[in-house]
Design a protein around this ligand. Structure first.
Ligand SMILES: CC(C)(COP(=O)(O)OP(=O)(O)OC[C@H]1O[C@@H](n2cnc3c(N)ncnc32)[C@H](O)[C@@H]1OP(=O)(O)O)[C@@H](O)C(=O)NCCC(=O)NCCS
Length: 172
């Protein structure tokens, strides 16, 4: 298994793993099939061509995992970046793929001048992801009940934040 940053030309792999993520883990993502921005023609190509965005894929022959980092905000919010879209195919879970993806994303964020925090949101339907984030030093910042409704089920969402420089991902 290897993790690398996706580049222009990886659109097919990106769209395949994103579609799989929304299908496999509907409670973990606010988008779903039919309303996901990745379904807009040209979105994936534009994302991979944006030098301020970073998307990482895990590969085992083909793509089996994904995570992304949005560009930093402007002006008063330029000190934080948001992580999105973490997913590992079920057959490849429990083998460190998710941890490798998040660590690659954190390393990227740390390399960005002026960026002090990585933020994300994780739903109550994704306890494995929350455990992974906490093990890397992310801390809870807030909780919103009923943030998503999936098939009539109310799902809460926790905001988390990693302070770069204090995270365990940088210990080694
Ligand atoms: C969350 C997810 C990416 C983890 O991927 P993974 O490759 O299985 O994770 P890893 O093998 O790298 O495990 C890393 C850590 O995650 C946590 N974890 C993973 N699976 C877990 C499980 N079944 N129960 C509890 N914790 C778990 C543990 O802290 C683990 O560390 P450890 O092995 O030292 O105990 C995967 O379960 C997934 O794709 N889930 C569905 C999508 C999702 O929830 N996305 C999050 C969006 S915010």
């Amino acid at each position: 298994m290897s993790v690398r940053r996706l580049v222009p030309g990886d659109e097919t792999a990106l769209l395949a793993i994103r579609a799989r993520a929304l299908q496999e883990a509907p409670g973990a993502f606010s988008s779903g099939p039919g309303d996901d921005r990745f379904e807009t023609p040209g979105f994936a190509a534009a994302l991979l061509a944006d030098p301020e965005s970073a998307v990482f894929g895990a590969f085992s022959g083909r793509i089996v995992g994904l995570v992304g980092i949005h560009p930093p905000g402007k002006g008063k919010t330029a000190h934080a970046v948001d992580m999105w879209g973490l997913f590992v195919e079920p057959a490849h879970r429990g083998a460190g793929v998710g941890r490798s993806l998040v660590m690659a994303a954190v390393e990227y964020a740390r390399s960005q001048p002026g960026v002090s925090y990585v933020r994300l949101a994780v739903t109550d339907a994704a306890p494995e992801a929350a455990a992974l984030y906490r093990s890397l030093g992310f801390v809870d910042c807030g909780y919103e009940s009923d943030a998503l409704r999936v098939d009539g089920l109310e799902i809460g969402e926790t905001s988390m934040r990693l302070t770069l420089g204090l995270d365990r991902a940088s210990d080694g």
